[in-house]
Ligand binder design. Sequence first.
Ligand code: PLP
Length: 430
Amino acid sequence: MLYRSLNRISSSVNFETALKIGLADDGGLFFPEQINKLEKSFFENLQNISNTDIAYEVIRQFIGDEINEKDLKIIIKNTLDFDFPLVEIEEGIQTLELFHGPTLAFKDVGARFMANCLSYFNQSNSEITTVLVATSGDTGAAVANGFLDIKGVNVVILYPKDMVSDIQERQLTTNKKNITAYRVNGTFDDCQNMVKNAFIDKELNIKLNLTSANSINIARWLPQMFYYFFAFKQIIQSDKKLVFSIPSGNFGNICAGVMAKKLGLPIDHIIASTNANNTIPRYLETKTYNPRTTVQTISNAMDVSSPSNFIRIEELYNDFNLLKDNLSSFSFNDDQTINTIKRVYRDCKYILDPHGAIGYLGLKKYLNLNCNFKGVFFETAHPIKFSNHIEKNLNLKLKPPESIEKIILKKKIFTKISNYNEFKNLLLGK
Ligand SMILES: *Cc1c(COP(=O)(O)O)cnc(C)c1O
């Protein structure tokens, strides 16, 4: 499969190259040259197919013959060795829990898939790849975990100071080995800009093989399509239409949903639920794309005001009105988030994390206006990652999963940086 640049200057590259360089030379995101619908019978039979086989069917056209069937299935098996349960919250509302992986947020699937693919392509050479990753909290942890001890790979994580939770920071800074963490005096968008600048910096690119493990990387972004199929497989079919609500920040996860729909998955509508960083809800309302300064919220993994992947969604719809017919976007503030966490716990005995709460709110809003729909929202992180907000508001103590107990006592190790030059010098070993 070939990938073209959305800036339309660089020529197309294959999967391996797109994975290894992350962003095209012209600074554009990669996008598949073709997207072929899957067979109807595949969807009708989904309940009877294993997650590995579903994932294989969904991703294979995007890899082509660059990884053979047997090895691709091994990569998928390694990626997906945990559960994706669909849980009913109340009538017509279910959540797909995506936090059962090693770092307790949905990013584990993309990070592990990418790490396994990179390791596959590097098995017979001595290349060293430097993976740069800007994180609003969870990506860095998933990437660190996925790439720890992977041969030929160094990982550099940039995260915004004081804007990630304590558990998130520990997951980023306690790995050592081939993982390095930089604490940036700025926002997630500042971290993301430093990474983007590094990719177009000629001097750096001559000396280092740089790639990104953000959802701008196709190998991180595309496997997220699996979730929509795993949810669909577990939904009891009825005559109601189906809507998904995705708590969105950089819009990679939701863009994977639009791709799943393009492959033929019968999704009737998709909702991008955001926190106070509401660039896209305002865009759909006013048709003007006008990002504001990022504001800090309790759903910190979504504190993004210029969502990188939105351009891919626009590419998929290619028309403002068509986009609006298929996608709604709503924004919610921290008070609404907290009130929802409290209410859902009181009425449904379900503990939402702040990101899932935003997904729930977006779905609820849509269902109130559209009674012929039922819906699924994604629960993207384990509530323990935000225990400071949850325990205080619900007046309870969460039991930490084993993976958290192990890191809670480790020392955080990071380097402080505040601008691009400092970052660049560190990368060059100066
Ligand atoms: C990254 C993240 C999101 C946002 O996902 P995008 O693909 O960036 O839109 C939502 N919730 C959690 C917990 C996350 O870690």
